[in-house]
Design a protein. Structure first.
Length: 277
């Protein structure tokens, strides 16, 4: 495992990539949206020239070749290869433009590099492909984060089951809506200290700097049950979304000082890994 290497799968506008680079890590980034990938290559040209950043302008899929990628007209972070996600986005009042893009498997990307310290995955409906690909890697990253699939208990169970199979035994559930309140500790717990302003387009701090306490699997499941209940009723597309009940729930959110949002699972392996320089 390379201590100073991070994979940013779903680079988007590069806010996370920029954060990792400033903290002193090298980055392998993946971005399916051709315009966002091109913008990233221009923005981070110096890091690319220094050999600290590689950007793969390709979608992650279950095969090599081409795949239809849906670009959302209102939210460029909603781009997806999932027809189901694209339909959900339509129901939420947005429009998708399909575009044929190159695709590859995450196994293919992994084979080109040594095992990273941390893998961040946020690729709208295809996160689980990256987890499945890690099964083929003998040594695993110490930390992994993915967007939590809280639409149903079955989806949540599938994600956590694979993480446990991969050897991850400590977990956090991070609410991305409150990223703007999160700061980095000084002295740092990961890499260099960076005074970075996070927002809704960031995954935020990672590893030991990720917010919240590490939980065992049973605690994580208990927390997920409540979040799934909330998402089914008050999340985007939920049964009470945009209803009077949703407005009442927003009052409750204000009282408890935490808005319902979208969430990431952060996972940690507590077993020792042999590190390479």
């Amino acid at each position: 495992m390379v201590q100073k290497l991070i994979f940013d799968v779903g680079m988007h506008t590069g806010r996370d990539t920029e954060f990792y680079l400033k903290k002193g890590f090298n980055v392998v980034a993946v971005e399916a949206n051709p315009s966002l990938a091109a913008a990233g290559k221009s923005k981070f040209s110096e890091y690319i020239a220094e050999g600290r950043l590689v950007i793969h302008d390709v979608a992650i899929a279950d095969r090599e070749g081409e795949i239809e990628f849906f670009i959302n007209d209102k939210h460029d972070d909603w781009g997806t290869t999932s027809v189901e996600f694209a339909e959900r986005n339509k129901k939420l009042g947005t429009h998708n433009t399909p575009l044929a893009v190159r695709c590859t498997t995450f196994e293919t990307v992994l084979q080109q590099y040594e095992v990273p310290y941390y893998v961040k995955v946020d690729i709208e409906g295809a996160d689980i492909l990256c987890l499945q690909a890690l099964k083929a890697v003998k040594q695993k990253p110490k930390f992994v984060s993915i967007e939590a699939a809280l639409g149903s208990f079955e989806e949540t169970f599938s994600q956590l089951a694979i993480l446990v199979e991969l050897g991850y035994d400590q977990f956090k559930i991070v609410n991305q809506v409150v990223n703007h309140k999160v700061g980095c500790p000084n002295p740092p717990l990961e890499g260099r200290y960076v005074d970075y302003q996070f927002d809704g387009t960031c995954s935020g701090p990672f590893g030991e700097e990720s917010p919240g306490e590490w939980m065992a699997l049973e605690q994580t499941f208990d927390r997920c049950r409540r979040l799934i209940w909330e998402q089914r009723r008050f999340g985007a597309g939920g049964t009470h979304y945009r209803s009077v009940y949703h407005k009442l729930y927003r009052v409750w959110e204000a009282i408890r000082c935490e808005r319902i949002g979208w969430y990431d699972f952060h996972a940690k392996r507590t077993t020792e890994c042999i590190s390479q320089s």
